[in-house]
Design a protein around this ligand. Structure first.
Ligand code: FES
Length: 171
C-alpha cells in the first residue's frame, strides 16, 4: 500500500558562524599541510586573531602533524608571536638588521615614550600592544612597522606616532 504522506522535510541548520580557523585553513592548504610551513601558518593565525591561543596552536599542530611542543617552541621563540591576548590595537616594530640600520630603534623609542609602555607590553586601558620582531620579510621597505596587521614601510618616528595617537582615543 502506498501512502501519499510526504517524508518530513529536513530542517536545515543555519550556516555555522564564520569558521574562525578559515584563514588558517587557507594557509594550510596553500602550503599543502607541510610541517615546514609552520612559521607561515603561525603568521596567518596571529594576523587573524592578534595572538596565538592554546586552541589555535593545538589546531595547527594537529593539521601539520607536529608535536604541540614544537609548535609552542617556535611560537615562543620568535618575538613576533605572542601567546597573550593583546590590546585592541597592535603595533609591531621590526628590529631586524635592515630595519635597525634604517632607524627602527628610534621608531620604537618614540612609541614607547608616547604610549608609556615598553615593547612586549599592553597599555593599561587595553588599547595598544607594542611588540617587536626580528624580521618580517619586508627588508626592502625598512624600517617596517606592522600596524594592526598592515605592514607599513619607511616609517619615521613621527609617522608612527601619528598612527598610534589615532588609537589612543577610545571610539
Ligand atoms: S629586517 Fe625588518 S623587515 Fe627584514
Amino acid at each position: 500500500m502506498q501512502t501519499s504522506q510526504k517524508p518530513p522535510k529536513l530542517v536545515r541548520k543555519p550556516p555555522p558562524q564564520d569558521n574562525p580557523f578559515k584563514r588558517i585553513d587557507i594557509a594550510l592548504k596553500r602550503n599543502h599541510y607541510q610541517p615546514d610551513a609552520l612559521i607561515e601558518i603561525l603568521h596567518a593565525a596571529q594576523n587573524t586573531f592578534g595572538y596565538l591561543e592554546a586552541d589555535t596552536l593545538a589546531y595547527i599542530a594537529k593539521n601539520l602533524k607536529l608535536p604541540l611542543s614544537r609548535v609552542y617552541g617556535v611560537a615562543t621563540f620568535y618575538h613576533l608571536f605572542t601567546l597573550k591576548p593583546g590590546g585592541k590595537h597592535t603595533c609591531v616594530v621590526c628590529l631586524g638588521t635592515a630595519c635597525y640600520v634604517k632607524g627602527s630603534q628610534k621608531v620604537l623609542a618614540a612609541l614607547e615614550q608616547q604610549t608609556k609602555i615598553q615593547a612586549g607590553e599592553t597599555t593599561s586601558d587595553g588599547q595598544i600592544s607594542l611588540l617587536t620582531a626580528r624580521c618580517i620579510g619586508a627588508c626592502g621597505i625598512a624600517p617596517a612597522v606592522v600596524f594592526d596587521g598592515q605592514v607599513a614601510g619607511q616609517v619615521s618616528p613621527a609617522a608612527a606616532l601619528v598612527k598610534v595617537e589615532g588609537w589612543e582615543t577610545p571610539e
